[in-house]
Design a binder for this molecule. Structure first.
Ligand code: ADP
Ligand code: GLC
Length: 481
């Protein structure tokens, strides 16, 4: 399993949650899973026992004109024992954050892709499945087929490329070609991209992986269209028979109101008053005025256009004037959205609070303390927060796209079925309707309790979703030539 993120060591969003929880599932099911992750200087090491792997020290690697020295370390996650190999290369990974957006970003991840093979060779160990994730590890399938094809160690290995977000493709100018180290096989790169001066990591992964997966069935279909494919639609259509959508799971040890150690009071469906306690503590700590019967809407997100924040900026200020509710937002990312939320807090003191930054404890407290969770995404490959919200009885207000469409069902008061509020069209009217409907429904105590009970009963555990991956891995191994 290789990826740029792996929770809790390195996480900016759901990618880290998913690589960690799937690996943990595989590990506890008895599979031999070994994770490779850059040893970012931001990884907190105090609670980890980290050992150098003695036969994997001082590995010299040249990427084009650049030479690096790498050392491998290994640790077992305290929580579940999953083995994680850490790729130590200070020249590349001792930076302020996981991602830098800098001119050598591609080098940082080319190295990771190459080291998958260098590590396995040194261990004399070939995985059945090379599972790579997003553009940062999308070169693994090509490297297997073009650079390490001489090594029979890997002849039985199959590659799976998981797309968590097609919005980040990893592109670099063709002048970086020598840094890829393709050993005379450069013509395997997508020629049209190349002609237009680009190397696109994501497209390379889609082209060469034995199987392409994405994180929900609906997103698997959506990215084959021009509306959602971001230029990858054609090649994804061409690979349709080797593409699959598997909905992400949730790690309920971390994310359930019964077990969560980061919230003031644990609760469950039979002890729902506990939720109100969480709401009071959250509102007090965030400087919001608690008034019984007035709903609190929460939002936790990377602040980017993907999350529907342009609609939020258009709709929430007007709604705050028209209806009685409070709003708490947590996020980091683009300044224009942070500015919007800061301004909103200033305009509606006591009713709106914005925490700018990354704060895991607060994310848990919002899931537990809010009545509703807002996720009006423009696109959403899977989305985890809406699934967390369901378990916490925090009614998700979502747009019908990607994994949101696959995990939240519109509540129907006449039949009492459904788990949240779902709107279809990405426009102000759609979002207005959805929030307005949620606020109205909140006043109908019976309907609201039914919807909460339906939501909390949903089960997206990794025991279910992980089994789907194992079925896929096995099918991949059966189909090998
Ligand atoms: P994405 O991967 O697109 O960011 P997901 O819904 O799949 O969206 O996952 C987001 C994950 O990141 C969740 O675990 C969420 O709690 C977490 N998260 C996002 N922003 C923050 C933040 N500012 N502070 C703490 N956790 C955050
Ligand atoms: C991405 C997507 C999100 C998904 C996560 C984990 O960052 O934006 O929808 O849940 O990856 O797969």
């Amino acid at each position: 399993m290789c990826a740029s993120e792996f929770a809790p060591l390195a996480k900016t969003g759901g990618l880290g949650d998913v690589t960690a929880a799937l690996s943990a599932y595989l590990h506890r099911s008895g599979h031999d899973v070994r994770v490779l992750l850059p040893f970012y200087s931001s990884i907190k090491t105090d609670e980890l026992n980290i050992y150098p792997v003695d036969f994997m020290q001082g590995v010299e690697v040249s990427l084009g004109a650049h030479s690096f020295r790498c050392d491998f370390y290994v640790t077992a996650l305290p929580k579940d024992g999953t083995p994680v190999y850490l790729l130590h290369c200070p020249a590349l990974y001792h930076r302020a954050g996981i991602y830098t957006g800098g001119a050598d970003e591609h080098l940082r991840f080319i190295m990771l892709n190459r080291m998958v093979f260098e590590m396995c060779q040194r261990m004399g160990w070939a995985p059945d499945i090379l599972h790579c994730n997003d553009w940062h590890t999308a070169l693994v399938p090509l490297y297997q087929k073009a650079v390490y094809d001489w090594d029979t160690l890997f002849s039985r290995s199959r590659s799976l490329f998981s797309i968590h977000n097609i919005g980040y493709q990893g592109t670099v100018g063709t002048s970086a070609i020598s840094e890829l180290g393709l050993a005379g096989k450069e013509s395997l790169l997508h020629q049209q991209d190349f002609a237009s001066g680009q190397i696109n990591f994501m497209r390379t992964g889609i082209l060469y992986a034995d199987v392409v997966a994405t994180v929900s069935p609906t997103y698997a279909r959506e990215i084959q269209t021009a509306e959602y494919g971001m230029g990858m639609e054609e090649i994804l259509r061409a690979r349709d028979s080797s593409t699959i959508g598997i909905l992400n799971g949730v790690d309920y040890d971390d994310w359930s109101p019964q077990a969560d150690s980061l919230i003031p009071r644990n609760y469950d469906i039979d002890d729902i008053e506990g939720k109100e306690v969480n709401k009071q503590v959250l509102m007090r700590e965030m400087g919001l005025e608690y008034r019984p019967g007035v709903p609190l809407i929460g939002l936790v997100a990377r602040l980017t256009g993907q999350k529907g924040l342009d609609l939020v900026a258009e709709v929430i200020p007007a709604l705050l004037k028209r209806r009685d509710f409070s709003f708490v937002a947590l996020g980091s990312g683009e300044g224009r959205y942070a500015d919007f939320f800061s301004e909103l807090q200033r305009r509606f003191p006591g009713r709106v609070c914005f925490y700018s930054g990354y704060n895991n404890k607060l994310a848990h407290m919002i899931e537990a303390g809010a009545d509703m969770f807002l996720m009006p995404s423009a696109y959403e490959p899977c989305g985890l927060n809406q699934m967390y919200s369901l378990k916490y009885g925090t009614i998700p207000i979502v747009r019908k796209t990607g994994g949101l469409a696959d995990s939240v069902q519109l509540f129907d008061p006449s039949s009492g079925t459904g788990t949240g509020i779902v709107f279809r069209d990405y426009n102000n009217e759609g979002l207005w309707w959805a929030i307005d409907a949620a606020l109205t429904l909140y006043q109908d105590k019976d309907a609201w309790s039914t919807m909460m009970a339906n939501a909390m009963a949903m089960d997206f555990s990794w025991d279910k979703q992980g089994a789907e991956y194992v079925r896929l891995y096995r099918a991949m191994l059966r189909s090998k030539n």
